[in-house]
Design a protein around this ligand. Structure first.
Ligand SMILES: C[S@@+](CC[C@H](N)C(=O)[O-])C[C@H]1O[C@@H](n2cnc3c(N)ncnc32)[C@H](O)[C@@H]1O
Length: 266
C-alpha cells in the first residue's frame, strides 16, 4: 500500500474538544508559521467536511464539473490507459465523469467528509476496482510511491497556502511526460467570490476568518509562470469557462482558466 500518513501531518484530529474550541472561539493569532497553517487547515477541513454530503446536490456544481470534464477531454491526450491523480478531488465527481477516458483515478483530499462522499459515489458508479479516494495533503504528507500519467485539479489551488510547494510536489509524483491540468479562478480583485466566507467567518459563529485561507483567484499568466518555475514544461493557459455564483445579491459569472504543464519527457 503506497499511501502513508506522515507523522508531521498538519491535520489534527477533529474529534478533539480542544481543537474544536480553537476553531470556534480561539483568539486571533499570528497568520504565519506551522501553528497558523494547522489552524487554517482545520478551518478549511471543517468547512468542506460540513458540506461534503450535499456538495453534489447543487446542480450548478454538477454543471461545472461537466463543463470542466468536456474541457479536459478537449485539451488532454486521454486514451483510456492513464492513471490519474485528482488533487483536492472532493466528491470525485469530475474524475467519475471522465471514467470512460482513463484507466484509474486516485482522488486525494484533506477532508474526511469528502473522502467518505467520494468513496460512496465511486461504489455507486461501480468504479471501485479502478477508483479510490484517499486522505492526502500533498503539501505536508509523505508522497505516494506511485507515479501518475496525469493529474487534474478543479478549484482547489486557491485553498492551498503554499501553491508553489504543491506544484513542485505534484510534479514529483508524475511520470516523465505526464501532465498537470489546473482549473481555477481568475484573479477576483474585489474578493466577491469568497465574500460569503469572510462574512461567515468574521461573525465567529463557527470559524475565524483567518482560519480558512483563500486566495482571491490567480492572474492566469503569472500562474503559468509559477508552473514553469516548478519545473513544468510546455505550459499552456486557456479559458476555463465560468462559475456562476450569487455575489452581492445578484448572479455573477466568475471566469476560470485551465493551465496545463508537462513533466519533462526524458
Ligand atoms: C472547492 S472544493 C473543490 C472540490 C472538487 N475539486 C470539485 O471541483 O468539486 C476544494 C477541495 O479542495 C480540498 N483541499 C483543500 N486544500 C487541500 C490540500 N492541501 N490538499 C488536498 N485537497 C485540498 C478541499 O477539502 C475540497 O474538497
Amino acid at each position: 500500500m503506497p499511501w502513508k500518513r506522515a507523522t508531521n501531518c498538519a491535520i489534527a484530529p477533529r474529534s478533539s474538544p480542544s481543537n474544536q474550541r480553537n476553531i470556534a472561539r480561539g483568539p486571533r493569532r499570528d497568520k504565519s508559521g506551522p501553528e497558523a497553517y494547522a489552524r487554517g487547515m482545520l478551518g478549511a477541513v471543517k468547512h468542506f467536511d460540513e458540506r461534503a454530503a450535499t456538495w453534489d446536490d447543487d446542480p450548478a456544481k454538477l454543471a461545472r464539473a461537466q463543463r470542466t470534464a468536456a474541457l479536459l477531454r478537449e485539451h488532454l491526450p486521454l486514451n483510456g490507459t492513464e492513471q490519474v491523480l485528482d488533487v483536492g478531488g472532493g466528491t470525485g465527481r469530475l474524475s467519475i465523469l471522465l471514467a470512460d477516458a482513463i484507466a484509474d483515478a486516485t482522488i486525494a483530499d484533506t477532508s474526511t467528509g469528502m473522502i467518505e462522499a467520494a468513496t460512496q459515489k465511486i461504489d455507486a458508479a461501480g468504479l471501485s476496482d479502478r477508483f479510490r479516494a484517499v486522505l492526502l495533503d500533498l503539501t505536508v504528507d509523505d508522497l505516494p510511491e506511485e507515479r501518475f500519467d496525469g493529474a487534474w485539479s478543479q478549484l482547489v489551488l486557491h485553498h492551498v497556502r503554499d501553491v508553489d510547494l504543491l506544484l513542485h510536489r505534484v510534479r514529483e509524483v508524475l511520470k516523465p511526460g505526464a501532465w498537470f491540468a489546473v482549473v481555477d479562478l481568475d484573479q477576483d480583485a474585489d474578493g466577491a467570490f469568497h465574500a460569503h466566507l469572510r462574512e461567515h467567518h468574521d461573525g465567529h459563529d463557527s470559524h475565524q476568518d483567518e482560519e480558512f485561507l483563500v486566495h482571491d483567484g490567480f492572474d492566469r499568466h503569472s500562474f503559468g509562470e509559477r508552473m514553469r518555475a516548478a519545473g513544468f514544461e510546455r505550459v499552456t493557459v486557456h479559458d476555463g469557462g465560468v462559475v456562476r455564483k450569487e455575489a452581492g445579491n445578484q448572479d455573477r459569472d466568475f471566469p476560470m482558466f485551465l493551465a496545463i504543464g508537462h513533466h519533462s519527457a526524458d
